[in-house]
Design a protein. Structure first.
Length: 258
């Protein structure tokens, strides 16, 4: 099961749990009102305010950080395209006979980088493609070093080899960016606070003569949907919200290399 599926299960479980606790809170509230109509809601406003404020703050912070990481991952794709494009142009510094083989390695490397992310959410296949990319990095570096040495050009050494380092380093940066997520305890806190808020909300609705299904379902659905969207943004290669459109810059670069 991929992370997006876990997010859907978490959101679905939260939705059902909130419905259950809304009804539980309502029944507890009605029982308290029957026993003590005057004191049943004593201090409830303070507790509700504290729990809902903390829940809102946690959701806002988590959503904001998830959106920031989403944008960062898109920017890293553009940065990788720029790095590969710069190194590609600097192949011109090599002797003409040495260029075709290195350019072919670049094409294979870029194709491998694109294929790695296309294969997600199949993690095993993506890891296999990443291994191929790393192997191609070694081949590109070895060939470029040998070609620069044979050319005897100082500018080729300085410019081409220095361009390869960022081109390789960005792959590690992108891989690590995919692994950066909030600690699981954050999502656990969101779940606990959401369920607590549902219990308090149900208690607060106990004064009505009949259940307000629109409020009950609406509250649970909005909360579950918010949590699902946060998880989906955190894993933009697995769910509905994706960064695949940003890969177009790499695809366009591949077209320019043909």
């Amino acid at each position: 099961m991929n992370p997006a599926s876990y997010g859907a299960v978490f959101a679905g479980g939260l939705f059902l749990g909130m419905l259950l606790l809304l009804e539980t809170g309502r029944r507890i509230g009605r029982r308290r009102l029957a026993l003590d109509p005057e004191g049943a809601r004593e201090g409830l406003v303070v507790v509700e305010g504290a729990v809902f404020s903390l829940l809102g703050l946690l959701l806002a912070f988590t959503f904001s950080r998830a959106a920031t990481r989403f944008d960062d991952r898109r920017h890293l794709i553009v940065e990788e395209a720029n790095n590969i494009g710069t190194a590609w142009l600097r192949i011109d510094l090599l002797p003409a006979l040495a260029q075709p083989a290195l350019r072919e390695l670049f094409r294979q490397y870029l194709d491998s980088r694109l294929e790695m992310y296309r294969r997600l959410p199949d993690v095993a296949a993506a890891k296999a493609e990443r291994a191929r990319s790393l192997k191609l990095q070694g081949e590109i570096w070895s060939y470029a070093v040998a070609a620069c040495r044979d050319s005897g050009s100082q500018s080729a050494h300085m410019l081409l080899l220095s361009a390869l380092n960022p081109m390789f380093d960005i792959t590690t940066t992108r891989s690590e960016a995919m692994r950066i997520h909030p600690p699981p305890i954050i999502f656990a806190m969101i779940g606990v606070l959401s369920l607590s808020a549902a219990l308090l909300a149900g208690y607060g609705m106990a004064g009505g003569k009949s259940r307000s299904w629109s409020h009950t379902l609406g509250f649970a659905f909005v909360m579950a949907l918010t949590v699902y969207v946060i998880v989906d943004i955190e894993y933009p290669r697995f769910g509905l919200i994706r960064v695949d459109d940003a890969d177009r810059v790499l695809e366009e670069l591949m077209e320019s290399m043909k």
